[in-house]
Write a protein that binds this ligand. Sequence first.
Ligand code: COA
Length: 153
Amino acid sequence: MPLQTNPDIRTMTIADLDDILVIEQASFMTPWKREHFEAEVSGDYSFPFVAETGGRVVGYVCLQSLFEEAQILNIAVSPEHRGQGFARALLVHACGVARDRNADRLALEVRKSSHEAIGLYLGSGFRQVGIRRNYYEASEDAILMEKNLKETT
Ligand SMILES: CC(C)(COP(=O)(O)OP(=O)(O)OC[C@H]1O[C@@H](n2cnc3c(N)ncnc32)[C@H](O)[C@@H]1OP(=O)(O)O)[C@@H](O)C(=O)NCCC(=O)NCCS
């Protein structure tokens, strides 16, 4: 899906957290708290980014990158800005940062019921590498996915 507006992607700061928490609460059954994002903003191996359009934060991604494996810990786009390519742009950016840090692969976990997210990842070169039964609330499976960063896709 083409981007309707070209997003600016920049490093997340503490000043973004009020906007991010609104998106987080609208996006997840068990949303992260402020302190989770604060830890990402200050972590040595954490690389959190926001997507902005028209001066407004509309999405974010939290990447951790240490040695050969990088991980996506969180990604969300505000409900009113979904379907416009913001998550894909954030993911492309995160892959580029992980590659620059010499990570070989990018890993993540996703709820089996998150069809939008699974579609996003499959379309971005991730493949399923495992499953964790009853991982979320002891009732929903987590799908484990990875992208090989040495491949060009
Ligand atoms: C998943 C999420 C981040 C996608 O954000 P988005 O900005 O709408 O995604 P994009 O517009 O960049 O779309 C990228 C791809 O995602 C998939 N996708 C997006 N919306 C979809 C939908 N409603 N149904 C199926 N696939 C969808 C498609 O593969 C799409 O590629 P395409 O446009 O070429 O078909 C967003 O729906 C969201 O914030 N969901 C709640 C939080 C969440 O589940 N995060 C993931 C945790 S693992």
